[in-house]
Design a protein around this ligand. Structure first.
Ligand SMILES: *Cc1c(COP(=O)(O)O)cnc(C)c1O
Length: 358
């Protein structure tokens, strides 16, 4: 048997809903399926406004515009994350300030954030690694005391929560991904959760190419014009139709993944006791979504051997992020970035569970 790195899960209804969108004759964005998906996200996460986007990257870019990030501003984030977390802000001329991660969850170490704040800091971007929540109470408290925005990169966090609140719904803004490697998918896809109602109207404008098209369609203005910065961040109805099939089964998908995750966790218990690896740690405040199952190994060589051995058996694990500060050092000068504490995360390997459902 081959176990691939990722295997997209299909509910079986995706093509049926795409056929309905086709029959409806509305293929651009913001039709019936998009509205259903937005409403589902609002109900399930408790956010006041959810907007589907064509990726989490797009949602992060919208968040950077909404946060009014200007050249030279600083944005605090972990180095151990995906490139989009940083790119969205670098595209606006901001400097990513990388803070080390916690040894247990591999999430940003909230106790080191305050030391990274300067008068140029505009926002904190916690990334919920593997669908396990960051220490959001502390992060929100720091943000409030320093008047900063919190933008959650909850790309991996759909259907997971921190102290009962959905990941992505706790900061001022939250960004979700429906990429095919995530839990709930539409090929490429994402959403912006606008948790601060004061940002809602501008979010709609930025998503519609900087126009007040949404207000116009609701009859709130009588002309549809260019009013702000923006781009095209909304997905086609065909994508939303696919996503709707997945949202309908989100509970089943999550339960199934958690069952598989728990099996991995049991299987690796003895290896952990024998000192061969370290398994994921889930804090009591977090209810996770089994986005991935990862293991920490002793060093780079052990990791490479472990991956090679599994590959011989038809299992395809990969190692995860190369920390952004170390990836960038070759072509970015010091003035473009500030590094606080160097994370020692070369020891990470993660294996298998992300493909999830077989
Ligand atoms: C997947 C991912 C993204 C990007 O999501 P896309 O929908 O592919 O743009 C951003 N941040 C993190 C942490 C991710 O895991």
């Amino acid at each position: 048997m081959q176990i691939p790195f990722n295997k997209p899960y299909m509910t079986g209804k995706e093509l049926w809903y795409i056929a309905q969108a086709h029959a409806n004759g509305h293929l651009a964005g913001d039709g019936q399926f998009t509205k259903q998906c937005n409403a589902w996200l609002e109900t399930r996460t408790g956010t006041s406004k959810a907007l589907l986007t064509h990726s989490c990257t797009a949602a992060l870019e919208m968040a950077a515009i909404l946060a009014d990030i200007q050249p030279g501003d600083e944005v605090i984030m972990p180095s151990y994350t995906f490139v989009s977390t940083a790119n969205a802000f670098v595209l606006r001329g901001a400097i990513p300030v990388f803070v080390d991660i916690r040894p247990d969850t591999l999430n940003i170490d909230e106790t080191r954030i305050e030391a990274a704040i300067t008068e140029k800091t505009k926002a904190i971007v916690p990334v919920h690694y593997a669908g396990v929540g960051c220490e959001m109470d502390t992060i929100m408290d720091i943000a409030q005391r320093h008047d900063l925005l919190v933008i959650e990169d909850a790309a991996q966090g759909v259907m997971a929560s921190y102290k009962g609140r959905a990941l992505g719904s706790i900061g001022h803004l939250g960004c979700l991904s429906f990429h095919e490697t995530k839990n709930i998918i539409s090929g490429e896809g994402g959403a912006l959760l606008v948790n601060d109602p004061q940002l809602a109207e501008r979010a709609e404008i930025i998503r519609e190419k900087g126009t007040n098209r949404s207000l116009f369609f609701r009859g709130q203005v009588d002309k549809y014009t260019w009013v702000d910065l923006g781009s095209s961040y909304l997905p086609s109805e065909l994508v939303a139709a696919f996503l709707w099939a997945q949202m309908e089964e989100a509970d089943v998908i999550t339960q199934r993944r958690i069952g598989l995750w728990n099996s991995y966790h049991r299987w690796f218990a003895a290896s952990e006791t024998a000192g061969m690896c370290r398994r994921p740690i889930i804090p009591a405040a977090c209810s996770h979504n089994a986005h991935m199952y990862y293991l920490l190994l002793a060093d780079l060589e052990t990791r490479n051997q472990f991956i090679a051995r599994l590959k011989l058996q038809g299992i395809s694990p990969v190692f995860h992020y190369v920390p952004l500060h170390s990836a960038l050092l070759g072509n970015v000068t010091d003035e473009h970035m500030a590094i606080f504490l160097i994370p020692n995360i070369w020891r990470i390997v993660w294996c298998g569970c992300r493909y999830g459902l077989v």
